[in-house]
Design a protein around this ligand. Structure first.
Ligand code: 5GP
Length: 139
């Protein structure tokens, strides 16, 4: 995978406001926050998208995410928040190193804005699609 700005942060070549670190994970404040407390949680493994990430790194991120959310709620006093994870330029990924955003949502104007163009799921199509995904998972 090509070097990213997060590789440089991991190597200590550029600074960050670190909030958490363990053997597999680093979390730091986003340089362009959508709201106070906007935090990025990244694996130390250099993978571009979540689908490429190994189970151990994924588990390490999953283990710490709730703790980070609790700490951010406590520190900001904001109880509502979004966890966002973008994969691919078309899905708004700008830095091609896996990262989870934790974004406090203090009010309508701050934090993450979401467009949610929901359609309805057809029963037969849903059944066929779920079968295909189960097969792809090998279950
Ligand atoms: P993406 O759109 O890829 O999901 O989000 C990338 C995030 O990385 C953006 O929210 C952006 O503000 C943040 N970011 C980009 N460069 C830096 C940096 O050098 N330091 C920090 N702390 N955050 C960065």
């Amino acid at each position: 995978m090509a070097d990213t700005i997060f590789s440089k942060i991991l190597r200590g070549e550029i600074p960050c406001h670190k909030v958490y670190e363990d053997d597999l994970v680093l979390a730091f404040l986003d340089i362009g926050p959508l709201s106070e407390g906007h935090t990025l949680v990244i694996p130390k493994a250099e993978k571009a998208t979540l689908a490429e990430l190994d189970d151990e790194s994924a588990a390490a991120i999953g283990r710490v995410l709730p703790r980070l959310c609790r700490a951010l709620v406590e520190v900001t006093g904001v109880k509502e928040y979004n966890v966002l994870q973008n994969n691919g330029a078309g899905a708004h990924q700008a830095v091609f190193h896996v990262h989870f955003h934790i974004i406090p949502k203090p009010d309508r104007d701050q934090g993450l804005g979401i467009k949610w163009p929901a359609r309805s799921l057809d029963g037969d199509e849903g059944k066929a699609l779920a079968e295909k995904v189960r097969a792809a998972l090998g279950d």
